[in-house]
Design a protein around this ligand. Structure first.
Ligand SMILES: [Zn+2]
Length: 350
């Protein structure tokens, strides 16, 4: 009799436990994956509602689309890309889009409007053709465009993703922060006439957490973005501009963003420049610098972050990704390299 009573009690407890677990699943994190596209860009955002935003798509040729597809489906559990944003019209950013669209549906595509020609790319008309032909809803970005995302449960922080600007024009801010001290010391470089200077700049906010993705924005325009007013304001995580090349990452921008974490989507021999590294190291707010690749250049400028913060050490790599997970309340976040089991937790700024 006692045994029966015990078993019955146990059954009731098990049922109660599973019913509770089923009715209140743990609040989901906001996840960002930096896919290794060998010095191109492919940043995948997955909201706590399971909605996906891919910013840039790496190069054509099969490799990058396959890597994005693998992270999207096998790691993030996605069946489609809900929103694809292309920051500018260089092949290492839009090149993988058409191939990815053959592997999984892409619902909406946002860009700044496809130009007819590109002065730095004589083959632009033929290279852009597959991207032009992707069947998806098309949205032309403007400074201030908000990406409309699915509503999140009440107990999850508020999420917003918006375009700060493009083609060197930025949305005005209602309460701009003057940035005089930094701006007076800022220097200019020769004018960049490439589409890098026209890159689309995106900001994401999840509760207090803030993330910046400026595509391949270059030096003088980076200054325009933060001088005389600091339009993006401070952030927690900074996707280092332009793969960490020294034509970008003007110290005046880095000091205005004052990030806690910097992530460089470099290649083995692309980006991670010495001046960029100096700018990051001279910014005291930065607690950690992550790289997709160990910098293997032979020109002597082989600066690297600590080995545990590098996703891929070898030339022939396993295409390890860097992951960011922001907790449902936005108050804490974890940077990790799942392949090496490295992870570090950071507290969101107030
Ligand atoms: Zn690029």
């Amino acid at each position: 009799m006692n045994t029966r009573f015990f078993l019955l009690t146990l059954c009731v407890l098990v049922v109660v436990f599973f019913t509770n677990t089923a009715s209140t699943p743990p609040a989901r994190t906001l996840d960002v994956y930096w896919v290794d596209v060998e010095g191109g860009a492919a940043t995948l955002l997955v909201t706590p509602a399971g909605e996906s935003v891919l910013i840039d798509t790496g190069n054509p040729g099969g490799r990058d689309a396959q890597r994005i597809y693998q992270v999207a489906t096998e790691v993030a559990g996605l069946k489609q890309i809900d929103h694809l944003i292309v920051t500018h019209f260089h092949i290492d950013h839009y090149g993988g889009a058409a191939e990815l669209a053959k592997k999984m549906p892409i619902k909406r595509i946002y860009d700044k409007g496809i130009p007819q020609t590109l002065r730095e790319d004589a083959e632009f008309a033929s290279r852009i053709a597959p991207y032009r032909q992707i069947q998806a809803e098309r949205i032309t970005l403007k400074p201030g465009t908000q990406i409309k995302l699915k509503a999140l449960p009440k107990r999850v922080a508020k999420l917003a993703l918006w375009c700060l600007g493009l083609d060197q024009k930025f949305a005005d801010k209602a309460d701009p922060q003057a940035n005089t001290a930094n701006c007076d010391a800022a220097t200019d470089k020769p004018v960049d006439t490439s589409d890098n200077a026209n890159s689309t700049v995106f900001m994401m906010e999840f509760g207090s957490f803030r993330f910046f993705d400026g595509g391949d924005l270059t030096w003088n325009v980076e200054k325009t973005l933060v001088c005389p007013d600091n339009l993006p304001g401070e952030v927690d995580v900074f996707q280092v501009n332009h793969h960490g090349l020294d034509q970008s990452n003007n110290p005046v921008l880095v000091k205005a963003l004052l990030p806690t974490v910097a992530v460089i989507n470099n290649g083995t021999r692309k980006g991670c420049g010495p001046d960029t590294f100096t700018a990051l190291q001279n910014t005291p707010s930065i607690q950690a610098i992550y790289q997709l690749h160990k910098n293997l250049r032979e020109d002597g400028a082989t600066i690297n972050t600590q080995p545990e913060k590098i996703a891929n050490m070898e030339e022939n790599c396993a295409a390890n990704y860097v992951k960011l997970s922001v907790e449902a309340d936005g108050e804490k976040y974890t940077l990790s390299i799942p392949a090496t089991k490295h992870q570090q937790v950071f507290t969101t700024k107030k």
